[in-house]
Design a protein around this ligand. Structure first.
Ligand SMILES: *[C@@H]1O[C@H](CO)[C@@H](O)[C@H](O)[C@H]1NC(C)=O
Ligand SMILES: *[C@@H]1O[C@H](CO)[C@@H](O)[C@H](O)[C@H]1NC(C)=O
Length: 289
């Protein structure tokens, strides 16, 4: 009977733990809270996506029953995003969009045609009409403005070998995943693989990997990778290719062949001369007789 009661106890414990887990899950006991990426670079003229998540009290609510507002924390608290367009400050009108689903606690904001005075702090405010609203003033996004597009970085081996595949990688980091930059190469031949990585906290990385087989004529040629950003900015980086020639034996074969030819010609000439001499001597001997 003692083993039975212990099983009973274990079961009760399990049920208690399950209940505790259920009660602590976001759906049941979430408090108002928000996580906003607080510092992010933004390229002027391009776009920026500010990752934001939040939790709200009570059960899950449909996105349409929630209201999400972004505003600029300044003297006027300019509205940066509002579902009612007329509420948005003229400077931000038609430039902002809520990308995430509010019901899922996603308040990610996209801003296009970034201007140098969009620095922020940009703060989020959630509103459940009829229940309450919450303004998250502690974690607002502050943008670091980039006036010039950053340069791509190149990774490659020091030298290329003639006739063997050579790989060169071009990468660019950015904060505009909704209209990501494009990478192009100055070479028209070769195979290109593209990769887009999420480095977290709103940072993304675009990569283009070019593989080609260099020829002798590619030695000292320049390979350029150009990054074009949403909004028109561009930047580039280049690398001068050094091609190691294939080890061939031409430098030995050619002189040897020339030597052989000269020897043969010389030999043949000698034989001819000797034959001629013999004929002459025979003739002269005959004429003497
Ligand atoms: C701006 O918003 C903050 C937080 O909501 C508030 O404390 C402040 O009074 C507002 N300022 C103006 C001018 O509305
Ligand atoms: C929020 O929404 C954006 C846009 O749809 C998405 O890219 C992102 O992954 C979402 N974030 C989370 C935490 O689900």
């Amino acid at each position: 009977t003692s083993s039975l009661t212990s099983i009973d106890k274990q079961e009760k414990m399990m049920i208690f733990l399950l209940l505790l887990q259920a009660m602590s899950s976001p759906v049941f006991s979430a408090e108002w809270d928000a996580q906003v990426v607080m510092d992010l670079e933004a390229l002027v003229t391009s776009c920026v996506v500010i990752p934001c998540t939040f939790t709200y009290p009570g059960g899950k609510i449909a996105s349409s029953k929630l209201r999400g507002i972004w505003f600029l924390r300044n003297e006027r608290n300019d509205t940066v995003f509002h579902e009612d367009k007329s509420e948005i400050a003229p400077n931000f009108r038609d430039r902002t969009k809520l990308m995430g689903r509010l019901g899922e606690g996603n308040c990610t904001l996209e801003m296009i045609e970034v201007k140098d005075h969009d620095r922020g702090p940009l703060c989020f405010q959630a509103d459940i009409p009829g229940t309450g609203q919450f303004t998250f003033l502690k974690n607002c996004a502050l943008l670091k403005m980039l006036y010039d597009p950053p340069k791509p970085t190149l990774a490659h081996q020091d030298t290329a070998s003639q006739g063997e595949p050579y790989t060169i990688t071009c990468s660019i980091t950015h904060t505009c995943p909704s209209n990501m930059p494009t990478l192009t190469w100055s070479r028209s031949t070769g195979r290109i693989i593209e990769d887009h990585k999420n480095n977290g906290y709103g940072r993304w990385e675009m990569q283009s990997i070019l593989t080609f087989i260099p020829e002798e004529t590619d030695d000292h040629s320049k390979i350029t990778c150009t990054a074009k950003f949403n909004g028109g900015g561009s930047s580039s980086a280049d690398h001068t290719l050094l091609v190691q020639r294939k080890k061939n034996h031409r430098h030995i074969i050619v002189p040897t062949l020339v030597g052989i030819v000269i020897a043969v010609v010389f030999g043949a000439a000698c034989i001819l001369m000797m034959k001629k001499y013999n004929v002459w001597s025979r003739l002269s001997r005959m004429s003497r007789r």
